[in-house]
Every structure is written in structure tokens, then in C-alpha cells.
Design a binder for this molecule. Sequence first.
Ligand code: PA5
Ligand code: MN
Length: 193
Amino acid sequence: MNAPDPFTTLLDLERGSLDPERGVSETRLSEIMGMYLEEADGVEDTVVYRVYQIPVPTTGSNLLSSTTVIEPGVVGREYHMTKGHFHAVRDRAEIYVCLSGEGRLVMATEDGRHAVEPMSRGTVNYVPGGWAHRSVNVGDEQLVFFAVYPGDAGYDYGTIEKEGFPVLVVADESGPEVIPNPRYKTASRDEAR
Ligand code: PA5
Ligand code: MN
């Protein structure tokens, strides 16, 4: 069965950090730069987001969970966002509970359908199996959310790195705007050079 003993973690509902801290990963601008339309030349290589994990065995009988904290900011007109991924086991679903900040959850299927759902304190987003997902911080504060998903879901980042999402969320004078991604399913900017 491979189940851990019962345990409890304290989640800081504002900051997203976990106590005890069992695993944190940081993603810097340099790691996701190729996913933006415009280059972030001359911009400091800051941390765009952190993920605080609650590790359990990665089997289908366990539930993995984590909090993600995305710093506010833009690259060109695009807001700070996660890399985005499909689950390696495609039919695995996920739930996001937003704790603070304001965001958009961009989702897409491999055949090009897309959905953009709101994220703000208290929203519970359901990511069905087969839908890639990326969260975007469209506010001035940190975007903080808690995620729960099957332990055997795994990550496929490669498909999104290669193809991108069908839409982008960009800053317009009137606020966040969803526009078609001109590079969808074409080479990434790095490859296009
Ligand atoms: O499980 C999830 O979908 C999230 O915890 C993400 O992994 C997290 O938000 C970071 O995004 P990404 O894995 O796309 O870098
Ligand atoms: Mn996921």
C-alpha cells in the first residue's frame, strides 16, 4: 500500500509557507524566459515563484500537495507565471485552492481547446485530467495557492516548452487581457533565432 503514517503540516495562509518545511523549489526568470514573447534583457534574474512541497510516496494511492507563491511582475506585457505542464499520466486531475492574491489559471488540451479561470482568495479551481495548466499572477501582490493531486501524476513540461499555450494573459490599460498566442504550436523564441 505504501502509505505514510498520519502527519500534520501548518500552512501559513497568507504567505504559503509550510511548517515543517520539507522541500522548496525556486524558479528564476532565466529558467522560464524562453516562454515569454519578449525577452527580459537587462532585468535582474529574480525568483518568479516558489513551490513548498508536502512529499509523500509518488504512487496512485497517495495525494501530493504543495503551495505555490508567484511574485508580482511582468516580462514585456506578460505577467509572472508558472512554466505550466501536462501531467505525465494524462488523465490525472488536480485541485487548486487560492489563498491570496489575484490570478488566472490558463488551461489547454492537446487538441487546442483552452479555458481561463479566475483565481482569488477562496476560489477552488478544478483541473480535469488531460488539461495542461499554468497560473498567472495578474495582481500587485503575491499569488498564493494550495494544490492537491494524485501521487503518480508526474510532470510533462516538454510539450508546453515546445508548443506553448493557445492564449497569453497580458497587461492592458484596463487590466488583464487574454490574447491568442502568436507562437502557439510553432518553435519557441530560442529555437526560432
Ligand atoms: O502541481 C501543480 O500543478 C502545481 O503545484 C505546480 O507544479 C506549481 O504551481 C508550479 O508550476 P510548474 O510545475 O508548472 O512549474
Ligand atoms: Mn499539475
